[in-house]
Design a protein around this ligand. Structure first.
Ligand SMILES: *Cc1c(COP(=O)(O)O)cnc(C)c1O
Length: 405
């Protein structure tokens, strides 16, 4: 089983995210299954990140990782901006009063209505194709405003060791680096409010050296493209890709090493980037470890010598923990009996969800204290790509509850 993130409170042997016992959290929420997000842990993490990163680096939150409205509201006070990937994510931010000037909009397949709403709100569009650039400029002309445009570059490298690769080779994301100078010139000539460049090379990397190399390569690439295009670079979004340890044997990313490497790369950057505002955009690293998914044991059964704990949740809420969201090999997420958190492990049990499919395994052969029906199981690292990235309608059990504490 993987590493339980440090920092959770325990009261009288019971896990207590935010200093509240899990049984009380579930009662307050109206029942299990429940995602709990610990706001103090998020704030601590952001402070640690800012301390490790070079001064002046802007920090954006990628809404895709967790769009729960109270969490977005909390993040609005801690980060410099947001990155969205759909019109729906913008509406979620807009409902909270977030200004469009703080928002960048990446992602393929932006609809006309999304472009128009983003332009009206002063959002920076991260252009993913020449056709999209033309549509954005037309939408701006119709609205009588110069659209804020940046180009998302598909680099000629990828983030080594990343769990999910989104740059390098042939991709649906961004504009191939070799086509960027001509398009940048065109966009500027056509009267856009030119913002600069965005590179996002991959996700879930635990390798500080690979992240530093990718950021340094990004800075060099953007300088070269800007020089070739003869355009300024007001903003350069370096992407993110910072991973968190989920499984046995994985360890936390060394953010001090990433910060030192980035500072060195920025110190030696080309003159064309002298006035550039650099942005880091992170989703998972900011919120994943602050989230716990709580499900109640419904049944305890034995089959041919093995013990199964059947819980009232499952992959319809926490798909990633079942190994069916972007992982090649299924590995156990960190898991515990939340209501017997201090008790020693006395048995080996499988934790399975309530869906009628063999895919619904939340923990395989875990060493756990003896648990009974009504106990609560905690699955950790559930704060990112959990509730919103799982097929909640599958099998009709209904969605999980969510709570920020
Ligand atoms: C998914 C995504 C992110 C967030 O990635 P994390 O791995 O959660 O940090 C940031 N930017 C873009 C463009 C993305 O597609």
């Amino acid at each position: 089983m993987g590493p339980i993130p440090p920092g959770f409170a325990v009261i009288d042997g019971e896990l207590a995210p935010g200093g509240i016992r899990v049984r009380d959290l579930v009662a307050r929420a109206g029942g299990a299954p429940l995602f709990v997000y610990d706001s103090a842990m998020i704030a601590t993490r952001i402070a640690a990140l800012r301390a490790a990163m070079p001064a002046g680096l802007a920090l954006h939150y990628a809404v895709k990782a967790n769009p729960f409205a109270p969490l977005l509201q909390f993040m609005a006070g801690l980060v410099d901006g947001f990155d969205i990937a759909s019109g729906g994510e913008w509406r979620a931010l807009q409902a909270l009063g977030v200004a469009g000037a703080r928002v960048g909009f990446a992602g393929p397949g932006k609809r006309d209505a999304d472009l128009a709403a983003a332009i009206a709100a002063g959002i920076t569009l991260h252009i993913e194709s020449a056709h999209e650039a033309a549509r954005a400029l037309n939408a701006g002309a119709r609205a009588g405003v110069a659209p804020r445009l940046a180009i998302r570059v598909n680099p000629d490298f990828e983030l080594a060791g990343a769990g999910m690769r989104m740059g390098g080779g042939a991709r649906a994301f961004g504009i191939d680096a070799e086509a960027v100078p001509a398009l940048a010139r065109q966009i500027v000539a056509d009267g856009a409010d030119w913002q600069g460049f965005h590179v996002y090379a991959g996700s879930q990397s635990l390798d500080a050296g690979a992240i530093v190399a990718s950021q340094a390569a990004t800075i060099d690439l953007i300088a070269r493209l800007a020089q070739q295009a003869g355009v300024p670079v007001p903003m350069c979004n370096l992407g993110g890709g910072f991973g968190v340890p989920y499984g046995h044997g994985q360890s936390a990313l060394d953010i001090a090493a990433v910060g030192d490497g980035l500072a060195a790369a920025l110190d030696r950057r080309a003159g064309v980037l002298g006035e550039t505002r650099f942005v880091l955009e992170l989703g998972r690293w900011l919120v994943a470890e602050a989230g716990v998914y709580l499900a109640e044991v419904i049944d305890r059964k034995h089959s041919r010598g093995e013990t199964f704990l059947v819980v009232d949740g499952g992959l319809h809420h926490q798909l990633a923990a079942s190994g069916n969201f972007g992982s090649v090999i299924r590995r156990n997420y960190p898991c515990a009996i939340a209501t017997r958190f201090d008790a020693p492990a006395t048995e080996v049990a499988h934790v399975v969800g309530c869906l009628c499919t063999p895919l619904d395994r939340l923990g395989d052969a875990l060493a756990l204290p003896h648990a009974e029906p009504r106990d609560l199981v905690a699955l950790f690292c559930a704060g990112a790509y959990g509730a919103s990235a799982s097929p909640a309608a599958f099998l009709g059990h209904g969605p999980a509850r969510e709570m920020l504490v």
